[in-house]
Design a protein around this ligand. Structure first.
Ligand SMILES: [Zn+2]
Length: 315
């Protein structure tokens, strides 16, 4: 039983015993996307969309392909993407959860959304990244939000949807929001939006850099996360966070604990790296929101390694 059901099955059961099951007014039309061994069911709930259904299907396929490239395959064998037409344009607050052996993403989509907005969307890719890690307790939310924040642009870049400048530009702009303020007691003890999303992304970047330093750029965070997902420790599993982290560490080497040590450190302590020095070392120069690269910087090779795909997953 997953953590959400542990939390909600009591009240839900009481409700079912009290009231008859509601009858769905209309079954949503169903379409399916097959990617490798994964079947992704697409449901568009009743409502108006200016874009044709084919454009919505193509958008979902593009996002699924980007995430599949990062992980080597789509994160879950079964998934449902439930698109809910709403007023306006663009994307509403999306959620990801599991129902049995199925990952379920619910994403509101404005009826006047344009093709351009679909092409530039990051929300659905972010949600699909959530499928690749177990459900976590609220205190560990920073870990999964950080992973999605860090991986989403990398996955889209590796699929050719955005340039590498965008990745570093976003990190330079976003990561300062993830730094601890005075009195901070670590990522497990914060409710701050910036700390949760960008503090979690900072964990991922620091873990990636450490793994690459220790393996001379032969391995990176991607190898660890692929291993976690490949052992079926995805959102449909009941694997505990620390066990998933250890699976990831095991993909790097048998007796190293990069992810675990950094997790233990950052969850209860305010970790505040010198980001200006980090950008300088990586050869990332930001001027008026635009980034350029210094290929002679000490960690320029590490930056390029983060941008590359592992050979096994390259097209
Ligand atoms: Zn998220």
């Amino acid at each position: 039983m997953n953590k959400h059901l542990r939390k909600y099955c009591g009240p839900l059961l009481a409700l079912l015993l009290t009231f008859p099951l509601p009858v769905a007014p209309q079954s949503p039309p169903v379409n399916e996307i097959i990617l490798g061994a994964s079947r992704i069911t697409v449901q568009i709930t009743p409502g108006h969309l200016a874009l044709p259904r084919s454009a919505v299907m193509q958008w979902i396929r593009r996002c699924a392909e980007a995430v599949s490239r990062y992980y080597g395959h789509f994160p879950t064998n079964r998934a449902t993407i439930r698109v809910m037409p709403t007023s306006g344009s663009g994307f509403g607050f999306a959620t990801t959860d599991s129902e049995g052996d199925r990952g379920v993403i619910v994403i509101p989509l404005g009826e006047n959304t344009t093709q351009r907005q679909l092409d530039n969307d990051w929300v659905l890719t972010h949600e699909m990244v959530h499928l690749a890690f177990p459900l976590v307790y609220p205190r560990d939310r920073w870990l999964v939000e950080g992973m999605a924040t860090y991986i989403e642009p990398l996955a889209r870049m590796k699929a050719g949807y955005i340039g590498r400048e965008r990745i570093w530009q976003d990190l330079v702009k976003g990561l300062p929001q993830g730094l601890p303020a005075a009195g901070d007691r670590g990522l497990n003890n914060t409710q701050d939006w910036g700390r949760i999303y960008w503090g979690g992304a900072l964990y991922c970047l620091m873990a990636d850099l450490e793994i690459r330093r220790m393996t001379a750029n032969k391995k990176g965070l991607q190898d660890a996360l692929q291993e976690i997902d490949s052992t079926d420790s995805d959102i449909t599993s009941d694997v505990e966070v620390i066990d998933a982290i250890r699976i990831g560490d095991g993909a790097i080497c048998s007796d190293c604990h990069f992810l675990e040590k950094l997790y233990e450190k950052m969850k209860d302590n305010p970790v505040k790296p010198d980001l200006d020095k980090l950008w300088k070392d990586l050869g990332v120069k930001s001027t008026n929101g635009k980034v350029t690269f210094d290929e002679s910087a000490p960690l320029a090779a590490t930056r390029r390694a983060i941008e590359r795909m592992p050979a096994a997953n390259a097209d």
